[in-house]
Design a protein around this ligand. Structure first.
Ligand code: PFF
Ligand code: NA
Length: 444
């Protein structure tokens, strides 16, 4: 049977969740918003909002045992066919994958170069990064092709032999590398400084921007609003305990983000560097610090970027699966055909994204003052993901028989947990997402 084993599902869903969002994005936004208080808000957002939507996707998928569109229709009270339009969300994963693959390409470049070369000064590191993304088109194309090829190769083999297998291998390796780096960080004097930066909240630093950033990060980090968790859950046996699995996956994702933060902030503070370095933190600040550690620095740098590659690949694989399943089941085409179709789409979009950051093509690929890369990022995370998440909440909260949902939950957990979840999905989460959405569109 093409179904996940219990541990297979947990590692695969965790593989989707744990990605660049944890190791690259979480530390730099935590740095920008000042540490402890931001993390506290983030943890609340994961617990009350992220986990609620995660459970929602898992319920729809496990119940439907099909692609996003079909699963929505099956679960709706009236079997209203119009719910098939929820299937639009499968496109979001392809768009995210386009630029995610490009960023993974940068990381691959950093990993390879770190064997022999690390910049000794921030100025040089900055120029190197700039040079890679704006001039070195041939390398970027090569790396994007390698990443896209790897993703296609894995998903072609299907759920069991491809996706589950790669996660069963890469996730433990990722855990091992991060554990090693954490132990090393622990031996450094700045470890305690990193701990207090991350865990002593200073609430004067929290404003509405920080709240919204925490909420947005909670969604992105748990892979929500893309149909990924829904589609993976559709390959779960009907009696598997999704409530427990969802808790485990959200906890693993959170743990890894916190560990990545501890490692990175310890390294930064050791060198007396600033915590608020923005997106360049991993590509500019860290390499300079590694270079001051001699050969050990090279080893740590390579391990670090390798961890990012592993984390990123398992997430990338999960972004394409909703659209594959959609085409396979709705249009009755083979997995190979669907993979060629979706693979070509994101590969080409990725080329457009990477060219749009270059000196030579940047101008023609800039629209309304944003380059194609930023447009894809904005359209997916700020528009399509929130719309899908709102739709999921409204659907379960108002268009599905309460009894059906209650049964799904109480099979595995208490009625209290169900009532809390039901309350959150009906009233709290949709409102929170609508606020986030309007804010991102610049309305409030
Ligand atoms: N959760 C991934 C991360 O934190 O990097 C990103 C992601 C994966 C977003 C899969 C969306 C998705 F469908
Ligand atoms: Na994540």
């Amino acid at each position: 049977m093409n179904k996940f084993s219990r541990i297979g599902f947990i590692l695969t869903a965790a593989g989707s969740a744990v990605g660049l969002g944890n190791i690259w994005r979480f530390p730099y936004i935590t740095g920008e918003y000042g540490g402890g208080a931001f993390i506290l808000v983030y943890l609340l957002a994961i617990l009350f909002i992220g986990l609620t939507v995660f459970l929602a996707e898992a319920v729809i998928g496990q119940n439907g045992q099909a692609d996003v569109s079909t699963s929505f229709v099956t679960l709706s009270k009236t079997k209203n066919k119009n719910w098939k339009y929820a299937g639009f969300m499968v496109a979001t994963g392809l768009i995210i994958l386009s630029f995610y693959s490009v960023v993974l390409g940068w990381i691959l470049d950093y990993m390879i170069k770190s064997f022999v070369f690390l910049p000794t000064e921030a100025k040089i590191a900055g120029e190197n990064f700039e040079n890679l993304i704006s001039n070195d088109i041939s390398s970027l194309l090569l790396y994007h092709t390698i990443i896209a090829g790897t993703v296609v190769f894995i998903v072609l083999k299907g759920i069991k032999e491809g996706i589950e297998k790669i996660n069963l291998i890469l996730m433990p390796l990722l855990g091992l590398i991060l554990f090693g780096l954490l132990i090393y960080a622990f031996t450094l004097d700045s470890f305690s400084q990193a701990v207090s930066f991350m865990f002593s909240p200073d609430f004067s630093k929290i404003d509405s921007n920080a709240l919204l950033a925490a909420l947005g990060q909670a969604f992105f980090t748990l892979s929500l609003g893309v149909g990924t968790i829904l589609t993976y859950s559709a390959s779960l046996p009907k009696n598997a305990n999704i409530v427990k699995s969802s808790f485990i996956v959200a906890s693993v994702d959170t743990m890894i983000a916190l560990v990545a933060g501890l490692i990175i902030f310890t390294f930064l503070f050791t060198a007396g560097a600033k915590s608020a370095a923005g997106p360049g933190l991993v590509f500019i600040s860290l390499p300079v610090i590694f270079s001051s550690w001699g050969i050990l620095g090279n080893i740590i740098a390579v391990s670090f970027f390798l961890a990012l590659v592993f984390a990123g690949i398992t997430s990338a694989v999960s972004m394409i699966e909703p659209s594959l399943r959609f085409f396979i089941e709705r249009f009755k085409i083979s997995r190979v055909k669907a993979t060629i179709l979706c693979g070509t789409t994101f590969y080409i979009l990725g080329i457009i994204a990477l060219l749009s950051m270059s000196k030579s093509f940047g101008e023609v690929l800039t629209f309304f003052g944003k380059n194609a890369f930023d447009i894809m990022d904005f359209a997916s995370s700020s528009i399509m993901m929130p719309i899908a998440a709102i739709m999921i909440c409204i659907f379960l909260g108002y268009f599905v028989e309460k009894k059906t949902l209650e049964e799904k939950f109480t099979k595995h957990t208490s009625y209290t947990i169900f009532s809390i979840w039901y309350f959150l999905i009906r009233y709290i989460v949709p409102v929170a997402i609508i606020i986030l959405f309007l804010n991102k569109l610049g309305a409030i």
